[in-house]
Design a protein around this ligand. Sequence first.
Ligand SMILES: C[S@@+](CC[C@H](N)C(=O)[O-])C[C@H]1O[C@@H](n2cnc3c(N)ncnc32)[C@H](O)[C@@H]1O
Length: 266
Amino acid sequence: MRQLRDLHEARGRRAQGRLLLEGTHLLQEALRLGLRPELVLATPLWLERHADLLQGLPAGVRLQPASAEVLDAAASTRHPDGVLATLPLPDAELAPAGALVGAAGPGDFVLALDRLQDPGNLGTLLRTALAAGVTRVWLAEGADPFQPKVLRASSGAALALPLERLEAAELRRRLQGLGGAMQLVATVVRGGQPFWELDWRRPTVLLLGNEGAGLADDLAALAQHRVTIPHSPAVESLNVAVAAAPLLLERWRQQLAPPSAERRSP
Ligand SMILES: C[S@@+](CC[C@H](N)C(=O)[O-])C[C@H]1O[C@@H](n2cnc3c(N)ncnc32)[C@H](O)[C@@H]1O
C-alpha cells in the first residue's frame, strides 16, 4: 500500500521506476499501446465485469483482487472505478538528455513546453499533441507528465508520446543546436504573424510558454518565426492548452489543404 501511495509523488515514481494507472480507461489505453503492467489491483466486481480485458493481459502480470476500501486507500482519486495498475515508466523518460538531437526527419514535429505548471493543461495539451501527429515532446521543467492528474487529463496520451523532461538550460542548448534542420516557431500572445500564414508542413519545433510568465525571452529570441492566434482584446491571452489546439492542428489541416503560395511565409 505504501509503495502504491508513493507513486502519487514524482519522487516515489522516480525511486520505483514505475507509475500508477487509475481506472479502466487508462488500463485499456496502456494495453492498446502494447505496454505491460506489472500489477493489476481490482475489486471482485470489476474482475467479474471485465473478463474480456483480463483475457488481453500479457502473461506474467500480477493480478491482485482487493476490496473497494483498499483501492480507495491506494488511489489518488476519491472513487477509483474498481481497478489500479502499475506500469514501468516509459523509456523516453529515462532516455539520456540529448539522445534524440540530430535525428530530425522530414516528418518531425516537436512540441517544446517551457515550464508548464498545471497538470490539467499539460494533459489536455498532450492529448491534442497526439491527435496532431506530434512526434516527440520536450518538457522543460514544470509538471511531471506521469502524475495521475496528467495521465487522466491526457486520456493516456502521455503514455503514447515520446516525452523527455529537460532542464531549461538543456532545452535552450537543444534549440540552439537545431541549425537549419527544423524551423523553430515561438508563440507570442501578440505581435506575431497570424499562425495560419506559416508553412507548418516543414520539420518544426513549436514552443509554448508558461501559464503565467509566457515563453522565456531567451527561448523566443532563438526562433525564426513568431506566431500569434489573433483574438479580441477583451482577454489578455488564451489558456495555453486552448492555444495549443489550433496551432498543433494547423499542420494537419495544411497537409490536407496546403496554404496558397502567395500567403505562405518564406
Ligand atoms: C497564458 S499564456 C501566457 C501569458 C503571458 N502573460 C504572456 O504575456 O505571454 C501561456 C502561453 O499560451 C500561448 N498563448 C496564449 N495565447 C496565445 C495567443 N493568442 N497566440 C499565441 N499563443 C498564445 C503562448 O505559448 C503563451 O506563452
